[in-house]
Design a protein around this ligand. Structure first.
Ligand SMILES: Cc1cc2nc3c(=O)[nH]c(=O)nc-3n(C[C@H](O)[C@H](O)[C@H](O)COP(=O)(O)OP(=O)(O)OC[C@H]3O[C@@H](n4cnc5c(N)ncnc54)[C@H](O)[C@@H]3O)c2cc1C
Length: 296
């Protein structure tokens, strides 16, 4: 049995914690936030991911909150013309042996959190930011921002896109702006006209941008992401609010269905998309990186 330290209680840190605990390891997760929650946005989980969650025993809890979309279609940004791309639903299960789920990140995070706490109520330490680590012959010592240290056999850096653990292992790295920004938001399905309430994911294509929409939470909410070329916004944050007018301006000329969705987003968020060079390795001795810390 290994004594495992994990930095970060996001989707990657919690999934890994649960998997390791189920294999009999002792796991402690140190999370900087005092309140454990996720940003309000959707995430799509293909059969490669849902297969893992099902193996971890999360199928019943996830089925309460996911949307099993019937399929995906492509739509043209100007005219709205549509083409089916592929079927999901039962087809995904028949073809890949596991379902395709669309889920609100907050719902997904809550399922993981409950499962980790059920396995070990003290496993997660909120309000404990990780500041750095020191490797030694027979273990690794994690340094916390409050001045305390904890020792384990291995350390997993799951502390997200601005990972402190990655910075210590491989330096700052340079994030390059891609020239794209993403608008995102959630819309109550009931606020949309009936023809826009189907349980199908849509990928809209247009000049200088694309839009992705898909249903969440059993079809009660629609997730919206609009990616456009724009170089005057460089803030890499998921939580900076923009305005409906600005979002509509960036997607002017797009089909009325897209504009209807935008008008029904309570708070559209704008997020500059940055990229980093892939790392040559995610491992250094007894320390490794996972999730956005590894491939931001
Ligand atoms: C809006 C959005 C939509 C996405 N859609 C998809 C999708 O459809 N499909 C897909 O596969 N992927 C998608 N992704 C990407 C995927 O969701 C991320 O790759 C994933 O959430 C990363 O999880 P993570 O746990 O590595 O990082 P995070 O979720 O960022 O979690 C990191 C955690 O570490 C904590 N932390 C940070 N620094 C410290 C520190 N110093 N000490 C302690 N704790 C710390 C943070 O507070 C946070 O809780 C999407 C991402 C976003 C933002």
């Amino acid at each position: 049995m290994a004594n495992v330290l994990i930095a970060g209680a996001g989707l990657a840190g919690l999934t890994t914690a649960l998997a390791l605990m189920q294999r009999g390891h002792r796991v402690r997760v140190f999370e900087q936030a005092t309140e454990l929650r996720e940003v309000g946005a959707g995430v799509q989980l293909g059969p490669n991911g849902t297969r893992v969650l099902i193996a971890l025993g999360l199928a019943d809890a996830m089925r309460q909150v996911v949307c099993v979309a019937a399929g995906k279609r492509i739509r043209l940004g100007t005219t709205g013309q549509s083409w089916p791309v592929f079927d999901l639903g039962e087809t995904a299960i028949e073809r890949f042996g596991a379902p395709y789920w669309m889920v609100h990140r907050g719902d997904f995070h809550r399922v993981l959190l409950d499962a980790v706490r059920a396995a070990c109520p003290e496993a997660i330490a909120p309000g404990h930011a990780c500041a750095g680590f020191a490797s030694h012959g027979d273990g690794v010592t994690l340094r916390l921002a409050n001045g305390h240290t904890v020792t384990g056999d291995v350390l997993i850096g799951a502390d997200g896109v601005h990972s402190r653990i990655r910075q210590q292992m491989f330096g700052q790295g340079r994030a390059a702006f891609t020239g794209l920004i993403a608008w995102r938001g959630l819309v109550p399905m009931q606020s949309l006209p009936p023809h826009q309430r189907s349980l199908v994911g849509e990928n809209w294509i247009g000049v200088g941008g694309h839009v992705v929409t898909y249903p969440l939470r059993r079809g009660e909410i629609l997730n919206f992401v609009g990616v456009v070329e724009r170089d005057d916004w460089r803030v890499e944050s998921w939580n900076v609010p923009g305005t409906t007018e600005e979002c509509l301006h960036d997607l002017a000329g797009w089909h009325e269905d897209v504009k209807t969705i935008i008008r029904n987003i309570a708070t559209p968020y704008k997020w500059a998309l940055l990229g980093r060079q892939p790392l040559d390795s995610y491992v250094q001795g007894r320390v490794c990186l996972i999730g956005d810390a590894a491939h931001p």
